[in-house]
Design a binder for this molecule. Structure first.
Ligand code: ADP
Ligand code: MG
Length: 275
């Protein structure tokens, strides 16, 4: 294969590419840099976990991917999503990407659902945004299929968000994402506030998303959950990526003391984890 062809193949296989990416929050007299020049290539069709302690910049990176950064951010370097430069130094352009190609599963599903709309109407709104001229019938069909795929019964569509339990709203949030059918899904701390049983359910739902050939980015401080779900792990610390590798390599041979600490804290060794 000629060199250009090989380069094109690699390029076409990358869902997310960051080069020397800085993202800061303008705090008036100074800028707080949440990302300090990160470089990463996230291939299509993988489950990629971003782990690290609170404040290390995980959510900022996730929001950069889905185009949900606040207006007062300061940016340098670049970020490409499906070969679109969404961040090019100080220019941001997410048209065609935000809400279509890259979508976030909300961290707090109950708060993210409009309390005055029935779940069916929430689906309709989201699907109208995604597929401009979709008919009501088609939207209902997609909503029904998505609701069933996360193990909820059809009557959930007829309920208001406050009538759902925490676990049900978590499933609705995932069903909404499935209905949008994006290429990249970012799940930010999908298991925080969940009990062990629901954690297992969410794990399986996210696994079913992966099996659809999507790129899944899971942000978590739970390296145990990450290792059960992901192919790759990137470890973040104070706005930088400390190390990136396949789950097996990171767990069996962590290079950085901080990564060892994360693994020790989870009391995890490769021998007691099965993929
Ligand atoms: P993590 O998700 O790993 O906890 P974040 O990306 O939320 O990390 O935060 C990284 C740093 O950026 C922290 O110091 C945090 O206080 C700051 N930060 C995050 N979001 C904002 C924001 N919207 N405005 C100002 N500072 C923020
Ligand atoms: Mg966070």
């Amino acid at each position: 294969m000629v060199k250009e062809e090989m380069e094109a193949m690699v390029l076409n296989n990358i869902a997310i590419r960051a080069r020397n990416l800085y993202i800061g929050y303008d705090e008036g007299e100074k800028i707080l840099w949440a990302l300090n020049g990160i470089d990463i290539d996230i291939p299509k069709n993988t489950a990629y976990c971003i782990v690290g302690e609170s404040g290390s910049g995980k959510t900022t990176f996730g929001n950069a991917i889905v185009g949900l950064l606040p207006p007062y951010v300061v940016t340098k370097g670049y970020l490409e999503i499906y070969n679109n430069k969404v961040i090019d130094n100080d220019r941001l352009n997410y048209s065609g990407i935000r809400g279509d190609i890259a979508v976030r599963i909300p961290q707090n599903p109950i708060a993210s659902l409009n309390p005055y709309l029935k779940i069916e109407s929430i689906f309709l709104d989201v699907l109208k945004h995604r597929f401009k001229s979709i008919s009501r019938e088609k939207a209902f069909e997609i909503a029904l299929e998505a609701i069933r795929s996360v193990g909820l019964s059809d009557d959930v569509l007829n309920k208001y968000p406050h009538q759902l339990s925490g676990g049900m709203s978590q499933r609705v949030a995932i069903a909404l994402t499935i209905a949008i059918n994006p290429e990249i899904i970012v799940a930010d701390e999908p298991t925080s506030n969940l009990d062990a049983y629901l954690k297992g359910t969410v794990l399986n739902l996210l696994k079913s998303i992966i099996s659809k050939g999507k790129t899944l980015i899971v942000i978590t401080h739970d390296i145990l959950f990450a290792s059960a779900l992901c192919n790759f792990i990137a470890v973040m610390f104070m706005g930088s990526i400390l190390e990136i590798g396949r789950v097996v390599d990171i767990l069996t041979n962590p290079l950085h003391p901080y990564t060892k600490e994360l693994i020790d804290a989870a009391n995890l060794s490769y021998t007691n984890f099965k993929h």
